[in-house]
Write a protein that binds this ligand. Structure first.
Ligand SMILES: *[C@@H]1O[C@H](CO)[C@@H](O)[C@H](O)[C@H]1NC(C)=O
Ligand SMILES: *[C@@H]1O[C@H](CO)[C@@H](O)[C@H](O)[C@H]1NC(C)=O
Ligand SMILES: *[C@@H]1O[C@H](CO)[C@@H](O)[C@H](O)[C@H]1NC(C)=O
Ligand SMILES: *[C@@H]1O[C@H](CO)[C@@H](O)[C@H](O)[C@H]1NC(C)=O
Length: 508
């Protein structure tokens, strides 16, 4: 036996691979992409992964088995921009979109033959990793396998997910998922934020938990709303956030921030694109509205405003765009697909124009490139406000975009001061005791080691809301105060009466 063999043997013996079930039911591919590098790392570390997914791997990976619950449906470039104008109303109705999407994921996923056949096998798992978002119907699987659960959140977790960990969600300074607020709010914003928090919880109860439970009963035979404490017994949450970007807030010990975990070693930029970027002496502006929005649905007059503005700057522009674009100025080039992280970290890239999706935002922050955010839907207004507050970019609403406002915005983020601010943010974002990947692996193995590690859950998780909110205590103290006040009033009245009668006696 040579040295390496002994070493390998030692590694495999010491990291006795865990048998891990991974559940990624959401129809949006970005939700899987965030955690794929982590899963690959786990497989490399000899853990045995069984991944329930809509996006199976194209190449086989050692220690990795996919259970495909997708329909090979197209899930990128499916939303039109003018559908989602980034207005208040679209933010409020966003939850319905989410709930509908969740129900679709549940109904189409749970019924798949692949999944049903997999359930007939006799499998046992040490750990379940599961995306927690809008698909609570998959919680039924947890009951079937009885293994500790680790939640994954690809965004800032919405209120109904925070609740599973009793993570503080005080609306006085913590903006809820769908509001475009920062952590300092005016009085009216706090009113709205509080109402939105309630609305989130209400929406979840009636439009996600209920229908999801029906589907779980139908396909898995598990009632997810019975014995809720045992059902929603999640050991840990890994969230794709970091306080340097998503604003500081208190976290219970089993909510762990691993924002930036999806950022991998850079790959090469395709030659034609690399040449275009290399040769732009004044730098490059990179524009992309992400993978879900259809870029070509960009409203025509807004598109023209951008093109006019671009024709007046010295930088070259790369615009992620799926079709041919007319009236392009000479310095603008469109590409169907763009290696985003690589472009953003290229030293010539000066500005990112984006819809404020969390992945792209994190990539730009990582690379130290300022962003002009045009928030559209979901958590984008929230990400945008946080980014603006920490000095990584500015917001330009689509409805306010004109040639002049676009030029102003570009001017602002291209200034040396703003670029320095983005670099400083990048440094704060990357400055951590251990990398997001190491952190995540550490905590996953920690939960396995302590078989669910229920010692890191706070007592608040199992508390009824009235106790958590101290309603009983407040009612108790208030009734004592009222009772004592009443007694004092009575005594005072009695004394007063006595004095009066004495006075009367005296005078008579
Ligand atoms: C890996 O998991 C699968 C279940 O999907 C199981 O059939 C297989 O035996 C496991 N392999 C090891 C080495 O535990
Ligand atoms: C769940 O199914 C029951 C009947 O099985 C039905 O009465 C109820 O309305 C359904 N709930 C939801 C939220 O779909
Ligand atoms: C672009 O520049 C980089 C670094 O300066 C270099 O490695 C790469 O080969 C260049 N690519 C092209 C196509 O010019
Ligand atoms: C929650 O899970 C832990 C381990 O994962 C277990 O020890 C505990 O008993 C569970 N609690 C409930 C209420 O099922």
């Amino acid at each position: 036996m040579n040295y390496t063999e002994i070493l390998l043997l030692w590694i495999s013996a010491s990291s006795h691979g865990l048998n891990i079930l991974v559940i990624l039911p959401h129809v949006g591919k970005s939700h899987q992409l965030v955690f794929e590098p982590l899963l690959k790392q786990l497989a490399l570390r000899k853990h045995n992964l069984t991944v329930i997914t809509r996006f199976p791997q194209k190449k086989t990976i050692a220690n990795w088995r996919d259970i495909n619950i997708g329909d090979n449906e197209v899930t990128t470039e499916i939303l039109d921009m003018d559908l989602l104008t980034g207005t208040r109303l679209s933010q409020l109705t966003c939850r319905f979109l989410l709930a509908g999407q969740g129900e679709h994921s549940c109904a189409s996923g749970l019924g798949k033959d692949e999944l049903q056949n997999f359930l007939k096998e006799e499998n046992q798992f040490d750990l379940i990793l599961m995306e927690l978002f809008n698909t609570n119907c998959f919680m039924g699987l947890v009951r079937l396998f009885e293994a500790p659960v680790i939640g994954l959140s690809s965004s800032n977790p919405p209120a109904w997910i925070q609740r599973l960990f009793a993570n503080p969600e005080n609306p006085s300074y913590i903006p809820t998922h769908f509001t475009g607020f920062s952590d300092t709010m005016t009085f009216l914003q706090r009113v709205e934020n509080t109402l939105q928090l309630g609305w989130d919880k209400f929406m979840y109860e009636y439009f996600m938990a209920g229908p999801g439970n029906n589907l779980s009963r139908q396909y898995l035979g598990v009632d997810t709303l019975k014995e809720v404490d045992a059902m929603y017994n999640v050991s840990l949450l890994l969230t794709n956030t970091h306080f340097s970007l998503n604003l500081p807030r208190p976290l219970v010990p089993n909510v762990i921030e691993v924002g930036g975990i999806h950022i991998e070693e850079p790959k090469a930029i395709p030659d034609n694109m690399a040449k275009f970027i290399n040769e732009s002496l004044e730098g490059v502006i990179y524009m992309s509205m992400g993978s879900t929005l259809r870029g070509s649905s960009f409203p025509i007059e807004k598109r023209n405003a951008f093109l006019k503005a671009f024709s007046r700057v010295q930088q070259r522009v790369i615009w992620k765009w799926e079709t041919d674009m007319e009236n392009k100025p000479k310095n603008v080039e469109t590409f169907r697909w763009t290696p985003q992280r690589e472009i953003l970290c290229h030293p010539n890239t000066k500005v990112f124009i984006s819809h404020g999706g969390l992945l792209g935002t994190i990539e730009a922050v990582y690379c130290g490139v300022p962003i002009i955010v045009i928030p559209q839907y979901g958590d984008q207004p929230l990400n945008a406000k946080a980014l603006e507050k920490v000095g990584g970019g500015i917001i330009l609403y689509l409805q306010d975009s004109t040639e002049e406002t676009i030029l102003e915005a570009l001017d602002k983020v291209l200034s040396p001061k703003f670029r320095q601010s983005a670099k400083d943010l990048s440094e704060r974002f990357k400055d951590r005791p251990s990398s997001p990947m190491e952190t995540a692996i550490y905590w996953i193995e920690y939960v396995a080691k302590y078989r669910g590690a229920s010692h890191i859950r706070t007592a608040a998780v199992l508390m009824p809301a009235y106790q958590y909110l101290l309603m009983d205590v407040i009612a108790f103290i208030a009734s004592i105060v009222i009772f004592l006040s009443y007694c004092m009033y009575k005594i005072a009245a009695l004394v007063f009466m006595k004095l009066r009668t004495q006075n009367k006696i005296k005078t008579s």
